[in-house]
Design a protein around this ligand. Structure first.
Ligand code: IMP
Length: 178
């Protein structure tokens, strides 16, 4: 798998340190609040697992599986819900846990969708932010790393469902997806 990478962008240590910091920040902000953390599958799975272990306040965890890309590296703008939440979020404080914000279309759709369920608040934690390709205006509240406009894999992020199991984040060689 390493042979398919141009370089390592974020090491395991860098990711773990930043995720711990985000966890502390979130714990401070949500102290005394009824928090539900929503993991956006599949990309945010590792981030969610590590982040929530750094949040020592009561919270519940739910999952939503969506598909925005299909196959390839370009967003389609069409978001499909493959698996919905188990529980109601009405009057609860929602933290969306995302892997990466690229064009912002996925998040924009998600926020609209979740807002219609009348939560007390919605905030966004994203491990990565790729602002270069933003197509809609979305504001993230907790941002792990701002990265350049390169296609990255690892730590949950995939290309054609592969590379999610890398413990670090790397830039995929363009010849792998061209
Ligand atoms: P957006 O709708 O363009 O913001 O795309 C969001 C989704 O696209 C993310 O949740 C990822 O699943 C996927 N994505 C965007 N950029 C990358 C990347 O560099 N590597 C892997 N997946 C990506």
């Amino acid at each position: 798998m390493q042979d398919d990478l141009l370089k390592v962008l974020l090491t395991e240590e860098e990711i773990q340190q930043r995720v711990a910091e985000l966890g502390q920040e979130i714990s401070r902000d949500y102290k005394g609040k009824d928090l539900v953390a929503i993991c956006i599958l599949k990309g945010a799975m590792h981030f969610m697992a590590d982040l929530t272990r750094h949040i020592p306040i009561p919270l519940t965890i739910d999952f939503m599986a969506i598909s925005s890309y299909g196959v390839g590296t370009k967003t389609s703008g069409v978001v499909r819900i493959l698996q919905d939440l188990d529980a109601s979020i009405s009057h609860r404080h929602v933290l969306i846990v995302e892997d990466i914000v690229d064009t912002g279309l996925t998040l924009n759709y998600l926020i609209d969708n979740l807002e219609s369920r009348r939560p007390a608040s919605i905030k966004i934690a994203t491990l990565l932010d790729k602002p270069a390709r933003r197509a809609v205006n979305v504001t993230t509240d907790y941002n792990g790393f701002t990265i350049p406009d390169e296609f990255v894999v690892g730590y949950g992020l995939d290309y054609n469902e592969l590379y999610r199991n890398l413990p670090y984040i790397g830039v995929l060689k363009p010849e792998v997806y061209k």
